[in-house]
Design a protein around this ligand. Structure first.
Ligand code: SAM
Length: 254
């Protein structure tokens, strides 16, 4: 859907036309796809694995053979999907839906290496109009993806649409550090160390500058929780992880 005339949003610290943001985001992930998983480990010191495991524990896929379908939106290289598939039983199936063909290509290779073909499958698609049927999923997850989506409210509406009644939405996103002292350290690390790491490891600091800036622009957890509720979700809650570095948001379609 085209933006209303003049509608603007943020791409990191820059103000851009709403309709232009997606192409800029796509360019970032096109540039980082091959180094994405390595950089995640380096930048978070492996913590992203812990945060993702906490989300999968909250999702609680059944260990038995009961059918359990999950869509992992903006699922990139499949990291969350693999964790869900490992945690769940024989009936668990995860559809990774991501807009970026380069991220999906890495994800498909990793799926094959892990012997998860048929358990984790991939679909190209925009979170703002998921190519998925209404009420077809028991769970919908998104990790570090929602802040990249230009129209967050539209995407939340889509997550609601594809969940069956009783289905759960879970979202991991960077948040606001709330531990005195840690905030200054976090600023120093984010604005200096992360772009330098990007230059050293991936030969390109720009995507990592965007990463840091986009985190700062994302709504505070309370405001984002209000957006989740406005999309129709009930029993909306959020919990801070690692001193507020990350928030895990939850909502149910009832
Ligand atoms: N969820 C994965 C993880 O945690 O490892 C990948 C997160 S990565 C930071 C953000 C992902 O969002 C990228 O793979 C990007 O292609 C995807 N993305 C950005 N805009 C999107 C959109 N509008 N619809 C679907 N995916 C999108």
């Amino acid at each position: 859907m085209p933006a209303a005339d003049g509608a603007q949003t943020h791409f990191g610290f820059r103000t851009v036309d709403l309709d232009h943001k997606q192409a800029m985001v796509d360019e970032v992930f096109h540039r980082v796809a091959r180094r994405y998983d390595l950089m995640n480990d380096l930048m978070s010191g492996g913590l992203h694995r812990v945060w993702k495991d906490i989300m999968v524990t909250a999702l609680n896929p059944p260990r038995n053979g009961r059918p359990f379908a999950v869509v992992d939106a903006a699922g990139g290289t499949g990291d969350v999907a693999f964790r869900i598939a490992r945690a769940g039983g024989a009936g668990t199936h995860v559809t990774v839906c991501d807009i970026n063909p380069d991220m999906l290509a890495v994800g498909r290779e990793r799926t094959k290496e892990r012997g998860l073909n048929g358990i984790v499958t991939f679909a190209g698609g925009n979170a703002e109009h998921l190519p998925l049927r209404d009420r077809g999923f028991d769970g919908c997850t998104i990790a570090f993806g929602i802040r990249n989506v230009p129209r967050i409210d539209v995407a939340l509406g889509e997550f609601y649409r594809v969940l069956r009644p009783g289905g759960r939405f879970l979202c991991l996103e960077f948040s606001t550090v709330d531990v005195p002292g840690l905030d200054a350290l976090y600023d120093l690390y984010s604005f200096n160390v992360i772009p330098a790491l990007g230059r050293a490891v991936a030969g390109d600091p720009e995507p990592y500058r965007y990463l840091v800036e986009s985190i700062r622009r994302f709504p505070k957890p309370e405001a984002f929780a209000d957006m989740i509720a406005a999309a129709g979700f009930r029993r909306v809650s959020h919990r801070a992880l690692t001193g507020g570095l990350v928030a895990l948001h939850s909502g149910w379609r009832l």
